[in-house]
Design a protein around this ligand. Structure first.
Ligand code: CP
Length: 306
């Protein structure tokens, strides 16, 4: 019997995942990629997206269909009864009657946890505000493992919006379980919030906060660049002030070694130059593509079919 650490579980936060569980999930993704099987025939996924998405929603859709299952859902709340005042709790209680597993993306932090409390079906967090994006982290780790052969002991520089970037919050927590050394590069107003620094302190993770990418050593293994999250700023003037400061270009990365892996969860706006697409370490389209097999594996695991 193969290990299934996710059977019947919710996937809400990387804080709920230990090192061995992450290793097992990544191994099951690898196995699934080598031997894909339509193991979810007759099952239905509800994709409930209260916030815009391209990758997360479409890759969950593709994943479920490739597993032989079907999908229902919505891409925004305007066309749902939320616009008439229905609560998230009631929406989930109703949706559970139509499906076997729920994926939710919502602008409010804690919304995925609330959804999980409303139903006994497995709930997968597709991003809750600026809090967590656990399936992005699992596909980031899977991509890193495939490209570099390891996820342990890496030196990683996170660049950009570390305050609102949920992909950063989830990935930092997981890398800290694998002995990473971190560089946190952001303007002072977008530094990593204290509650996520507690994750680093708990794991005794070495980390240095700097304002300028030029302070990061040239032998860093990974640059993880993030978009400044315009939609989370209360003050548009503050957004304008910081948005142009963190642009990564071919000239910026020239001084880093040939083994550099360059990552970005996408979408990108102007923080990552399109000419970097031809950099040998550019991983963003691989990350997006790997989202399908990782999400196939997660769906199969939570539903006990892998
Ligand atoms: N990386 C990511 O979550 O992309 P989307 O917002 O398009 O889903």
């Amino acid at each position: 019997m193969k290990k299934n650490p996710l059977l019947g579980r919710d996937v809400i936060s990387m804080r709920d995942f230990g090192r061995e569980e992450i290793k097992t999930v990544l191994a099951r993704c690898d196995e699934f990629e080598r031997n894909p099987r339509p193991v979810l025939k007759g099952k239905v996924l509800a994709n409930l997206f209260f916030e815009p998405s391209t990758r997360t929603r479409l890759s969950f859709d593709a994943a479920m269909k490739r597993l032989g299952g079907q999908t229902i859902g919505f891409a925004d709340s305007i066309s749902t009864s939320i616009s008439k005042g229905e609560s998230l709790w009631d929406t989930i209680r109703v949706a559970e009657g139509y499906c076997d597993v729920i994926v939710i993306r919502h602008p409010a932090e804690g919304s995925a946890r609330l959804a999980a409390e409303a139903t006994s079906l497995p709930v997968i967090n597709g991003g809750d505000g600026s809090n967590q994006h656990p399936t992005q982290t699992l596909l980031d780790l899977y991509t890193l493992q495939k490209r570099t052969g390891r996820i342990a002991g890496l030196t990683v520089a996170f660049v950009g919006d570390l305050k609102y970037g949920r992909t950063v919050h989830s990935l930092i927590r997981s890398l800290s379980l694998f002995g990473a050394k971190l560089w946190l590069v952001s303007p002072p107003s977008l530094r990593l919030p204290d509650d996520f620094k507690e994750d680093l302190a708990e794991a005794e993770t070495s980390h240095v906060e700097v304002e300028d990418l030029s302070a990061v050593p040239a032998d860093v293994d990974v640059l993880y660049v993030t978009r400044i999250q315009k939609e989370r700023f209360a003050d548009p003037v503050e957004y304008e002030r910081v948005r142009a400061d963190y642009q990564v270009t071919p000239a910026t990365v020239q001084r880093f070694g040939g083994k550099l892996t360059l990552m970005h969860p996408l979408p990108r706006v102007n923080e990552l130059h399109a000419a970097l697409d031809s950099h040998p370490g550019a991983a963003w389209f691989d990350q997006a593509r790997n989202g399908v097999v990782v999400r196939q594996t997660l769906l199969a695991l939570v539903l006990g079919a892998a």
